[in-house]
Every structure is written in C-alpha cells, then in structure tokens.
Design a protein around this ligand. Structure first.
Ligand code: F6R
Length: 241
C-alpha cells in the first residue's frame, strides 16, 4: 500500500488525476471504476481540464461506477448517473455507451445486481478503481457489517444516511431507502485501486482503516490485503498517519 500525503484538496486532486491520466495514457482502452461523492469532484475537474487541453483522450475508455440509488431515474439530479454526466461523462469525449452505472430504475434488485456484476466481468475486469471513503469506513455503499459482502448487491440505507440525504429532496418520502452497490469482492478484483480522502473529519477513519486491524466493521480496511493500492490524502486527512 502506497500512501501519498498531499498539501491540500487541490494537490490531492491533481495527484489522483495524475494516476488516472497515467492509466488512460498507458492503456487507452482501459476500464476505469469510478466513484461519486464530494471528494473526487476535484479529480474529475483536473481530468476534464486535461481533456480540454488535448492532453487526455477518453474515446477508448470504458467505465463502471460503484453504486446508484434504487428508484432514481437518470434525470433525477440526486442520481449518481446525473452526477457522473455533470462532472465527467458530459465533459469529455467518452462514448456514453462505454459508461456504466447500476440501473437504479430496475425494480428487480437481484436482476439489477446480477446484470451489473456481469457487465464488470464481461469488460474483462477493472484496471483502476477510484474510491472515496465514508466516515464509518464504507467504500461504495458497503457499510460496516459482520462480514464483507462479495458481489454487487442491494443495500438498505441506514436511518442516518436517509436523514442526511433528506435535505436534497422535497419530501422525506422521496429520499431513496436502498441502493445497488458493487460488493467488496467486486472492488477487490480491480487490478489497481486509488482511494482519495480529504479533510480533518476523515483523519480518524483513515488511520483506523489503513493502520488498524482488518475488520468487516471497517470495510475499507480490507484494502490492506490488495496488492496494488494507492491512498492519496491531503494533510488534514493524513494527520494521524
Ligand atoms: C460514492 C461512494 C461513497 C463515497 C463516500 C465518501 O460513489 O461510493 O462510498 O465515496 O461516501 O463520500 P464523500 O467523498 O462525499 O466524503
């Protein structure tokens, strides 16, 4: 596991974008695993800038996202599909048919998850998986549990996540209560993993996940067993390392 400590959010974003750029340049038809959330927004911004300057070409790149809310359509501005269109897919020359996000509109959860697992497999696996880190150590929507979930599955969102998300919706009934997420097994099969974390509120969990014991109660701790992981933290998130 390599840990790269950076100055601040911008520096973290640039260093993470360097690793993704290197992957795209070395293998123009690579499969990128992507994340949503606030942390990678700066990374996507740098990638878009490099594309605009003509330094990066996404025409052969394929992508698979980690997760999606169950029940949200693509045009819902809270869906992860919408997030990806806004922050990356709509801003670079990636063919949309090469981009994949779990289908939140598929009501049959088993079908949605089995289909998505097959999509990842049929692409020949993920070359580089980008991850953020939840305050409780979650990666994707894999929350602390008694065991590490393996394949793509449907999760019930915790009461606190539903409450936290309520501010983005008109009524509490509109807040999704479930999500489809790649499993820990799906994530661990990626050839390379890049995790980004920023801010002092992530310092405790960064230390716990990467310097503590490997436990399903801290899902990201499993990354210690992956042969090729790079963690890019800013000074605040890396303060306790
Ligand atoms: C997003 C995802 C989540 C986030 C995590 C951190 O696709 O899978 O695991 O990476 O919740 O979110 P931020 O970056 O907003 O702190």
């Amino acid at each position: 596991m390599r840990i790269i400590k950076t100055k601040d959010y911008q520096d973290m974003s640039r260093k993470a974008a360097n690793i993704i750029s290197a992957q795209v340049i070395a293998k123009p038809d690579c499969v990128l695993g992507l994340a949503t959330g606030s942390t990678p927004i700066g990374t996507y911004k740098v990638l878009v800038e490099r594309y605009q300057k003509g330094d990066l070409d996404f025409s052969g790149v394929k992508t698979v996202n980690l997760d999606e809310y169950r029940g949200l359509t693509h045009d819902n501005d809270q869906s992860y599909y919408y997030f990806m269109m806004h922050n990356l897919f709509g801003q670079v020359n990636i063919p949309l048919e090469n981009t994949h996000v779990p289908d939140g509109t598929e009501p049959d959860a088993k079908k949605a998850c089995d289909d998505y697992e097959a999509v990842v497999e049929n692409m020949g696996g993920i070359d580089l998986q980008l991850l953020g880190l939840g305050h409780n150590g979650h990666i994707g929507f894999n929350e602390p549990a008694d065991e590490f979930p393996k394949a793509t599955h449907c999760v019930d969102l915790t009461e606190s996540t539903i409450k936290a998300n309520a501010r983005f919706f008109e009524k509490i009934e509109d807040v999704p209560t479930q999500a489809y997420t790649m499993g820990i097994g799906t994530i661990m099969k990626a050839k390379k993993i890049l995790l980004v974390a920023s801010g002092k509120d992530k310092a405790e969990i960064v230390k716990k996940a990467f310097c503590g014991p490997i436990l399903p109660q801290v899902p990201a701790s499993i990354l210690q067993l992956h042969p090729d992981v790079t963690i890019v933290v800013d000074e605040e998130a890396g303060a306790l390392l």
